[in-house]
Design a protein around this ligand. Structure first.
Ligand SMILES: Cc1cn([C@H]2C[C@H](O)[C@@H](COP(=O)(O)OP(=O)(O)O[C@H]3O[C@@H](C)C(=O)[C@@H](O)[C@H]3O)O2)c(=O)[nH]c1=O
Length: 181
């Protein structure tokens, strides 16, 4: 696998090695030791999640606060998404910066999303199956978010807003300014 730096500090794009033969493909989707060697970050992942979304579904931008902040490794099992992360660590040189990547079932890329980042994704295929590992358990009381169309972040989702399918919760997320001033 190749682990590439993104413009955001501590956030990596993971490109797994794909073995192909007449039966199909094989890949390792997680290798703790190798990942720790390349990123210098060794997490113990304790929860695996999966969501299935239809075309136009946007989930995010989400994070957990304080002691429950989660590092995530996110990937697409089926379909195609645009994945977006925002560095919300006040002491980071890339505070308030965003990064996005296309993750799909062809490139099989993964994004290593450090704790202190907000994360979201929009499904570009007729359906997506999205999977991710977290190094802290889900803690409903520590859930937080930033609105997907925040005027300061100005994320280019490259998708008509009128066609996005978004939960009530996510339509009411605060702006970056409301949270971070
Ligand atoms: C995230 C999560 C949700 N749930 C429940 C709560 C709720 O009833 C239902 C759906 O939750 P949500 O609407 O928050 O699901 P969703 O919008 O898919 O939330 C996820 O979005 C992406 C972008 C992330 O980065 C994740 O960390 C997570 O926040 O599932 C759990 O039981 N465990 C979990 O870990």
């Amino acid at each position: 696998m190749k682990v590439e730096k993104t413009p955001l500090k501590d956030c990596y794009l993971i490109k797994p090695t794909i073995f192909e033969d007449q039966r199909g493909i094989f890949l390792e989707t997680y290798h703790r030791k190798r990942l720790a060697e390349t990123t210098g970050i060794d997490n113990e992942f304790v929860q695996d999640n999966q969501s299935i979304s239809r075309y136009g579904v946007l989930r995010g931008l989400h994070y957990q606060t304080g002691d429950f902040a989660q590092t995530k490794i996110v990937r697409v099992i089926y379909g195609k998404v645009v994945d977006v992360v925002v560095d919300l660590r006040r002491d980071s040189p890339t505070f308030k910066k965003t990064y996005s990547a296309i993750l799909d079932d062809q490139n099989l890329y993964q994004l290593f999303v450090p704790k202190g980042f907000a994360h979201g994704f929009l499904t570009l295929s007729e359906k997506s199956v999205f999977a991710y590992k977290c190094d802290h358990y889900y803690q409903p009381g520590s859930e937080a978010g930033i609105i997907f169309n925040d005027p300061d972040l100005n994320i280019d989702w490259n998708f008509p807003e009128a066609e996005m399918i978004i939960s009530e919760k996510d339509r009411k997320q605060p702006t970056l300014k409301e949270v971070f001033g």
